[in-house]
Design a binder for this molecule. Sequence first.
Ligand code: ZN
Ligand code: ZN
Ligand code: ZN
Ligand code: ZN
Ligand code: ZN
Ligand code: ZN
Length: 441
Amino acid sequence: MEYNDKLARFRQGHLNPFNKAREEEPCENGERVPTKDSPPRSPPHPEPELRCTDRVMDLGVSEDHFSRPVGFFLASDIQQLRQAIEECKQVILELPEHSDQQKDAVVRLIHLRLKLQELKDPHEEEPNMRIILEHRFYKEKSKSVKQMCDKCSTFIWGLIQTWYTCTGCYYRCHSKCLNLITKPCVRSKVSHQAEYELTICPEAGLDSQDYRCAECRAPISLRTSSNEARQCDYTGQYYCGNCHWNDLAVIPARVIHNWDFEPRKVSRCSMRYLALMVNRPVLKLREINPLLFNYVEELVEIRKLRQDILLMKPYFITCKEAMEARLLLQLQDRQHFVENDDMYSLQDLLDVSSGRLGCSLTDIHTMFAKHIKLDCERCQAKGFVCELCKEGDILFPFDSHTSVCQECAAVFHRDCYYDNSTTCPRCMRLNLRKQAQELGE
Ligand SMILES: [Zn+2]
Ligand SMILES: [Zn+2]
Ligand SMILES: [Zn+2]
Ligand SMILES: [Zn+2]
Ligand SMILES: [Zn+2]
Ligand SMILES: [Zn+2]
């Protein structure tokens, strides 16, 4: 067979390395075509120059891509590469048709050609950093190839393509796709206007979007599968397949209103936003849904622990030992727990529902109480004797059986100071002293 005929036949059947081997098909004249199950014809040259026996290339879809021998792929010189390409072409023609070796050789040829392209068209001039629509894109050094471009939704071939990642929102994309980006970085939204959409899937309908993707404005429709409209459960809007990859995320509105942690499908942009927001304490449960505390017992427990920790904080910031032991740093991942008792991050709520927050907060509470009540004399000295009964142990405001005067912060047994009608002896004493001072002047 002539070279060109062979080449044409080959191209017809095998150019796409992802194509499966064709199933057995009878020919018109009744003869059988060789199939993958029939023994392969031996190649005309049993020992071709470029051996393609091991399954080397898989287009970067598998992870151990670089642990395998790559042979000619490392050839760095253009001349050498051209030669390798010619040799590889020859090998493809000589190998048995439909064979795995031949398919591997085709993939190898594609790699060699891409590598040649890169050498002819180097990316060295591409800047290390670019700012586009508030994204801060840094050029990636990693050759890891199992990445998808957030703009064009195709693979990023780290070995031969330049790609960038935004340090703000982790948007990844090809350098060639940078200028096509239409959506500003969600990091700035997180920094300037950190607020969740708290209506469950606030849907307005495709017509309100002109039957276009909410992000890139590509036409979408509910009826065809080629440009199917995908709904984002967070925004309630519809997106095209490029802007919505059916990623799953826990939806804050569903957590707050229904205590529902089931992940739902969201757009890429919502996913990035939700990921950046997850540790931000922006949910004031007491205001958004105070009823939640009636239905979720764990939340009541957490609220009590948080209130106690705030009562312990003044001890620590005035105790040298506690400062040196960096006790408050136990809460450094949840800084807001040292500042208030009513703001929650979505991560807090996730951890409440898994039981993790209750456990870790109880441990921290125990450790803090141990320092104040047992280990540290300085802190112990700041305890209270109940001035109403003048009996019993030293009391601390975070003890469970105590009440605290809202005016002067004195601590009493709860049974002694049972309601606001009880007069606080300490306040009374302070008032008398003040009056005496005024009279003296
Ligand atoms: Zn791309
Ligand atoms: Zn960004
Ligand atoms: Zn789109
Ligand atoms: Zn102390
Ligand atoms: Zn008492
Ligand atoms: Zn008082």
